[in-house]
Design a protein around this ligand. Sequence first.
Ligand code: ASP
Length: 335
Amino acid sequence: MANNWEKPSLEQIEKFEGKDVLSAPQFSKAELDVIMNVAAYYEQALLEKRILKDMEGKVMASLFYEPSTRTRLSFETAMLRLGGTVITVAESPTNQTSSTAKGETMHDGITVIDGYADVIVIRSPQKGAADVAAQAAKHPIINAGDGAGQHPTQALLDIYTILKEKGTLQGLKVTLLGDLKFGRTVHSLVDFLAIYGCELVLVSPEELKMPEEITKSLRDRGVKVEETSDLKKALSTSDVLYVTRIQRERFTDPAVYEKVKDAFIVDEEMISGCKKGMIILHPLPRVNEISVGVDKYEGAKYFEQAYNGLYVRMALLALTTGSVVLFRPHRKTVG
Ligand code: ASP
């Protein structure tokens, strides 16, 4: 991927300037292609140890009102690698340190932060929070996960990883496993998989099925969607297995969580009859839905997937702020 990208036109790049990244359905195939190419360009730049100045002088506000490791740190690293700087709020609903604790509304808080930053990355436990933020802000808002709603930047890095590992997505059979009800990553990912012409297999406990409005809209678009509980059979014909964590924090009844938490476990026995070349992805963190023994399987790509998040988030930050310096040479480091 890194040395196999196509330079987008200036016009294609400029279309992103000032735009928010709120949900998967906002993107066309042509826009996805631009993001993938710019991400691959940044991957190459980092592999070549270039010092980038694309976002020099710009500030990213990183607002995380729900726990995060990869998303927050990869966004912050992305900004730093692009030569920009970062201001951060990292808190959880039970440990608030910002004026949210004083009862400040999202609208007021964002209106103020918008005056400090050139781009705002936000994660919230509330579905729709990024849309509220986008109404308040003049600068681009990037949704880094809104409750059980959407997680478009994760889905973009998932697509990037599949393209990198398989070369194409066209015609691939992708099995999505786990918490398809509350898992926001899969809610965004299915849209992109549909755009790329994938076939979908959905495997989950009955209580955690993909919401009906999502499966209906996929089928209405002509996407082949199969729902099954026979994971082993699904894996014998799948090109990609995408595993998700049961989202304990979204359950109102802990007894239901206890009942479903270990419904499906991907272990060495489970993948023993999988299709040759199948890759396994997971947005992480994993709890015990993939046993550690699977990590040595050559198709286990979930840690590489997390690294790819850096390149995709660099692309999103630079594109939305009109900062992609694709037309000027970069200063090179030594060694
Ligand atoms: N890290 C992903 C998210 O924030 C997946 C997960 O938490 O299970 O949605």
